[in-house]
Design a protein around this ligand. Structure first.
Ligand SMILES: *[C@@H]1O[C@H](CO)[C@@H](O)[C@H](O)[C@H]1NC(C)=O
Ligand SMILES: *[C@@H]1O[C@H](CO)[C@@H](O)[C@H](O)[C@H]1NC(C)=O
Ligand SMILES: *[C@@H]1O[C@H](CO)[C@@H](O)[C@H](O)[C@H]1NC(C)=O
Ligand SMILES: *[C@@H]1O[C@H](CO)[C@@H](O)[C@H](O)[C@H]1NC(C)=O
Ligand SMILES: *[C@@H]1O[C@H](CO)[C@@H](O)[C@H](O)[C@H]1NC(C)=O
Length: 680
């Protein structure tokens, strides 16, 4: 009787697995899972809505175009598609997806294929202070066979020239480095530093690599490779030339095993000349140690254990700073924001000297316009760097200051960006955007964030004359800003923008803290009092900020966040208390918009304001952000702009055009209040 009952239980359990329709999403089902997100050009994702059909769904580049990347497994001669097989070969089955989860560095999917269970772990390292590890332009895919019966298992994976951005004319090569097998695919005939219309790099090469003792390889028409694996479990070792229907593939034979067994692949996109900085080619920092791609990717695979153990430490830290500064809703948001932020950023050295004393960083304004080192994008991003890698602030700002200090730049305020099109950091175009108060304030905040987090005065010393120039610009122009753009360029040019004057006031107080010249601090505080206490920038009753002096609507003023972060007290406490009371009264259906006339809001500035308010208002901001992330309405890599109210064909909670922007570093604003530079 007892054993019969047990038998029934087992039967029910196995029925559930084999017919299972429900996927468990943990901690939530996000709009899109990062798969391989390491640079603006290695940015592969899968929409959350595609995960239940993972075996037959494509990876996508951040822009949404398909990338061919498959995993297929044979279990005792039966073939199961695990990932990315949109046209299943005849005679194959689809695995069943049971679990999907993400941390700050891993996206993990558990699938069942016949009698065996596999875990696909897409791991993009984020190494806040190890520039070699961080700059290696590769990401891991580890396929783990769980312990089980003694079936015979083989694992196959392929990619094709969708990874090069040009499927019409490419070429490929196969090499080995030690025990590592390496395929590289590159476009033919494209210019260095050029992109396709989806923003993929047309120069450089896509890389696929793995190592193993029972490994076979093949390149050729994709159907030939997959059919060969289906029928045989191995590949032929033939390396046919590129064709437009071609792919490169690996097959690992795990043999007959009941044990847990794992194989790891490295996927990447390498550009040896990665950035054009004022005419000088820059390259990835890692090339100081691993100059050639096969050696670099072999090192990357060898570094797996160390990188993975660092990732566990980072995942734990993000989880704990999220829960301790607010709760698990907040840590869910932070975890999804980490790869997207670092993956929009690259650490470089000069391509000719490979001199690591000449290290720089570049950030791409992905999707909104492709600008390089946009100063307000660095501003949006800075809280995560303040916490984890404050040196990045110096590395990102120094190319901006070097450009602004050159004869090519003649303005007396700070520049908006150093090039219209990443990776060409060739200077701000004459017809580029001008945001005088915005960027002059931002460079001062960022310089001080670096100094406060690290205790190093080197940046402020090196660039003291320029910093003073921008502080003086704020002092002369900041209380009544002339008609100009702010970073919210969608609003157009407006005069007397309260949020810009707030930036100027806090910027002056920050400059005082940066340099010790308290006369600037005094002016900043006077302006804070004028704007808030004397109602220059508020409604007549002083309950909230207006978009422009004396002009409605209200505005979500976020530029006093640095005031709070740096403990400057340029604005009175009352400003924080009153706005905490006010914002919940103007919430839309799915969140607080950017101002009283708009149907959309930005997660960046909601997250800044969540840090400046307490109590119910903070709870509202974090909870709305979490609901937006988890509402199932979106499929793009985390968009930082969304409809808070229904508008036209959009529902409240749907994202609004931006995607995959590195500006999600802003989500760390609240966590940053607990301390800087906590990663060692
Ligand atoms: C960068 O500049 C080069 C010319 O120097 C050009 O060929 C390329 O298309 C530019 N890249 C972008 C993304 O505009
Ligand atoms: C399978 O692989 C073995 C070993 O490489 C080879 O001898 C055999 O011809 C292959 N069979 C098929 C059907 O491709
Ligand atoms: C800015 O505000 C001040 C004070 O309210 C006002 O005198 C001035 O005319 C405004 N400037 C513009 C350009 O509207
Ligand atoms: C702001 O709110 C805090 C907490 O509610 C309170 O202790 C403080 O007195 C308030 N300050 C002002 C200036 O209203
Ligand atoms: C967490 O976020 C969800 C929306 O996704 C919300 O319903 C819930 O109230 C939030 N929990 C807390 C404790 O704020």
């Amino acid at each position: 009787m007892f054993s019969r009952a047990l038998g029934v239980v087992v039967l029910v359990a196995s029925c559930l697995v084999s017919t299972g329709t429900a996927v468990t999403y943990s901690p939530v089902k996000p709009p899109s899972y990062p798969l391989a997100v390491r640079s603006p050009y290695l940015s592969a994702w899968i929409p959350g809505s595609d995960v239940a059909s993972l075996p037959n769904s494509n990876a996508q580049f951040w822009a949404g175009n398909d990338l061919t990347w498959s995993v297929i497994a044979r279990v005792d001669g039966t073939t199961y598609n695990l990932f990315g097989v949109t046209s299943p070969p005849v005679g194959t089955k689809s695995a069943t997806v049971t679990e999907a989860s993400y941390t700050s560095t891993h996206s993990t999917f558990v699938v069942t294929a016949g009698s065996r269970q596999f875990t696909l772990d897409f791991f993009s390292p984020v190494s806040p202070k190890n520039y070699i590890r961080q700059s290696l332009p590769f990401s891991y895919l580890t396929v783990t066979l769980a312990a089980g019966d003694s079936s015979s298992v083989q694992i196959y994976s392929d990619i094709d020239s969708t990874w090069t951005g040009q499927t019409s004319d490419s070429s490929w090569s196969y090499t080995t480095s030690g025990s590592t097998s390496v395929f590289q695919i590159q476009t033919v005939g494209a210019a260095t530093y050029s992109q396709n219309s989806d923003g993929q790099a047309l120069w450089g090469s896509a890389v696929y690599a793995t190592a193993g003792t029972s490994l076979s390889t093949q390149s050729g028409p994709i159907s030939t490779l997959r059919n060969r694996f289906v029928n045989n479990g191995t590949l032929s070792g033939d390396h046919a030339d590129w064709t437009s229907n071609g792919a490169v593939a690996f097959a690992h034979d795990l043999g007959t095993t009941a044990d847990e067994t794992a194989v790891t692949f490295a996927i990447g996109h390498v550009r040896e000349q990665s950035i054009d900085f004022l005419g000088a080619a820059q390259t990835g920092y890692y090339r100081s140690a691993y100059k050639e791609t096969p050696a670099a990717v072999a090192h990357f695979l060898n570094d797996y254990e160390a990188a993975n153990s660092e990732s566990t430490k980072l995942d734990d830290l993000i989880q704990s700073i999220g829960t301790s500064s607010y709760g698990s809703n907040y840590s869910d948001i932070l975890a999804l924001s980490v790869r997207q932020t670092y993956g929009g950023t690259e650490i470089t050295i000069p391509d000719d000297s490979l001199d690591t004393s000449d290290t720089r960083a570049f950030i791409k304004e992905i999707s909104s316009d492709g600008n390089i080192n946009t100063v307000d994008v660095i501003y949006a991003t800075f809280p995560i760097f303040y916490i984890l890698s404050p040196d990045y602030l110096k590395l990102l700002l120094s190319p901006v200051f070097d450009y602004m200090g050159s004869d090519a730049y003649t303005k007396d305020y700070a520049v908006h960006e150093i090039g219209a099109n990443y990776p060409n950091a060739t200077g701000h175009p004459a017809d580029g955007e001008e945001m005088p108060i915005e960027e002059s304030g931002n460079v001062i905040f960022l310089a001080y964030a670096y100094q406060k987090a690290t205790g190093n005065r080197d940046f402020a010393t090196t660039y003291s004359a320029q910093l003073k120039k921008y502080a003086d610009y704020l002092q002369e122009n900041g209380l009544y800003p002339a008609s100009q753009l702010s970073l919210n360029d969608a609003l157009g040019a407006l005069a007397n923008q309260t949020n810009l004057a707030v930036k100027a006031a806090v910027g002056l107080a920050t400059y005082g803290a940066l340099t010790g010249d308290m006369s600037y601090t005094t002016v900043g505080k006077e302006w804070g009092d004028k704007i808030w206490t004397d109602h220059l920038g508020t409604d007549a009753d002083g309950t909230h900020f207006l978009i422009q002096y004396g002009i409605t609507p209200w505005f979500l003023v976020y530029n006093h966040y640095p005031d709070l972060l740096f403990c400057l007290n340029a604005f009175p406490d009352e400003a924080y208390n009153a706005t905490a009371k006010f914002y919940p009264t103007v919430r839309g259906t799915a969140g607080v918009p950017l101002d009283g006339t708009l149907g959309w809001g930005q997660t960046n500035w909601q997250a800044f304001v969540a840090a400046t308010v307490s109590g119910d208002a903070r709870e509202m901001f974090i909870s709305d952000l979490h609901a937006y992330m988890a509402n199932g309405l979106n499929t793009a890599p985390f968009s930082d702009r969304y409809w808070v109210d229904a508008s036209g064909s959009y529902s409240a909670g749907e994202s609004y055009s931006f995607r995959a922007r590195p500006t999600l570093g802003s989500h760390f604003a609240l966590a940053a209040l607990s301390g800087a530079n906590i990663w060692s």
